[in-house]
Structure formats: C-alpha cells, structure tokens
Design a protein. Structure first.
Length: 287
C-alpha cells in the first residue's frame, strides 16, 4: 500500500473516530447504557480499523433496535416489528446487544467484555437479566450488526486515496460536531431509548458517508468527507432539536479558495445533506 493510500486510511479513521465516537451518554450519568456507549467508543477508537465509523454504527444501531424491540416506540429498520410492545424497559437487551456485537468484532477482548457485562448486570435485581442480555443480545444484536456491516465490508481503497480532507481538518471538524451532538443530547430530558435513537441515527449517517465518499455518482469532484459529515450531522440535529440548537455556522471548517477545494466542499456538503435527510427516514415514532 503506497504512502498516499496509507495517509488516506489514517485520515478516514481519524474522521470516523473523532466524529462518531460520540459520548453523549457519558459514564458520569452512572447508568449501564452510558457505560456501554463509552466502552464501544473506546474499543472502536483504539482498534485503528478503517471501518471504525461502520463498526460503531453496528453497535449503536444494535443497542437501539434491541431496546426498541422490547419497548416498541419506533419503526425498526433491521428487525421485525413486534405486533405489540413486550412491556418494560429494553435496557438489558440493549446492553446484551452491545456486548455481543463488540465481542464478535473484537474476539480478543471477549474476557474484558464478559467482565463488563457481569458488572452491568449486577445493577439489575432481576435474576434473569444476565440470561436475557446474552440470549436476546446474541439474536437481536447479531441480526442488526450483520445488516449494518455486510454492505460496508469492502472499503474503496483507491477512492479513499483521493479524498480531499486532511487529517487536521477532519479531526477538528469531528471534535466540533462531537461536542455539539453531546451538548444537544445531554441538556434535554430524553428517555434512554430516545438518546439511543439519536446515537444510532448519527452513527448510521457517518457510516453511510464513508460508504458513499468515493461513489462516482456524486460527480467528478471527490467529496470533502469532513464537509459531508458536518452536513449530515447538522441536518439530523436541526431536524431533531431545531435550527437554533447550536450556532453551527460558526463552527464550519473554513473552505480554501482554490477551485478544486471549493468543488470538493460543495460536493461533500451536498452528499452529506442528502445522507442526513435519508437517515431521518429511519426510526420514525409509532403513532
């Protein structure tokens, strides 16, 4: 692999980890779901895998859909809709899904993941919680992660080598939107399933940006990935929380004056906005 391609892979990993390793459910909340969001973010970030954003999307989507399978508040995307909610909270199932997906992605970390699962289950008085977490997590989490990852397992290396986004710019953009997303979620009294839904939407949008970044249908100009991520996340946050949510315009990366960069930025913004709007069609609330 030549130097340009190596740099492109590194840049892609940096963008994905910086933007989508969001920790809006920080361990400071003191709940098990928050802990598993943090575990997933740290594990995916430290792996250095080029498909980091896709792997995190698999975990976050699996957590949300497992929870939603039990609670039945939203239209699922990867799982079959239950005729009626099963009743109660789906937090145990969400934790089990996170455990299963991470253990499948990183089998070398299974012992530490098993220990984390045991610690989480100790907080639930239900004697059958650990069993439900493992059984439901395996079935529900496995189905979701297979659906999220299977179309994304073949990154376009030659296309990534052309991406018009430096590591520094991409990392700065990701950190900005990570902070914006975290504040947007933290300052609202959202239910656990609603917070899990926002995480799933944001991570799915980011994974789609990477999948589409080198797609020729977006024209001759290769899209600026950081611009696409900015646009996708902004569309989702503004749709969920309103356009006055954050002064987003002040945070956008300055666009260089050269024509090629401007074309790349425009292509990225167009692509990201389209992906953000498409992502918002997922997980609609059941009326």
């Amino acid at each position: 692999m030549d130097t340009r391609i190596r740099k492109a892979w590194k840049g892609a990993v940096n963008i994905g980890c910086a933007l989508m390793l969001l920790l809006p459910l920080s361990p400071a909340r003191g709940d098990a779901l928050s802990d598993w969001n943090a575990i997933a973010a740290r594990m995916v970030s430290s792996s250095g895998q080029p498909r980091a954003a896709q792997e995190l999307a698999a975990v976050y989507a699996a957590m949300f859909e497992a929870m939603n399978f039990v609670e039945g508040k939203y239209v699922p995307r990867f799982l079959v809709k239950q005729p009626a909610p099963l009743g109660g909270s789906g937090e145990v199932e969400a934790i089990g899904a996170a455990h299963y997906v991470l253990a499948e992605l990183y089998p070398g970390q299974k012992a530490s993941l098993d220990a984390a699962l045991e610690r989480s289950m100790a907080a639930y008085p239900d004697r059958d919680a650990a069993s439900r977490a493992r059984i439901w997590g395996r079935h529900l989490g496995g189905n979701v992660s297979a659906s999220v990852l299977s179309p994304l397992d073949r990154p376009k290396v030659s296309k990534l080598a052309q991406l018009r986004a430096s590591s520094a710019e991409s990392g700065a953009s990701g950190e900005i939107w990570s902070s914006i997303a975290a504040r947007s979620i933290e300052r609202r009294p959202l239910q656990p399933i609603d917070r899990a839904r926002i995480n799933a939407l944001l991570s799915l949008a980011a994974s789609t940006v990477y999948s589409a970044a080198g797609d020729a249908r977006y024209g001759a100009g290769v899209p600026c990935v950081s611009c696409a991520l900015d646009a996708a996340v902004r569309v989702i946050l503004e749709a969920e929380f309103g356009s006055a949510n954050e002064p987003a315009e002040a945070y956008l990366i300055p666009v260089r004056d050269d024509a090629d960069r401007s074309q790349s930025a425009r292509a990225g913004e167009e692509m990201g906005a389209s992906i953000g709007l498409q992502t918002l069609t997922y997980y609609k609330r059941i009326k």
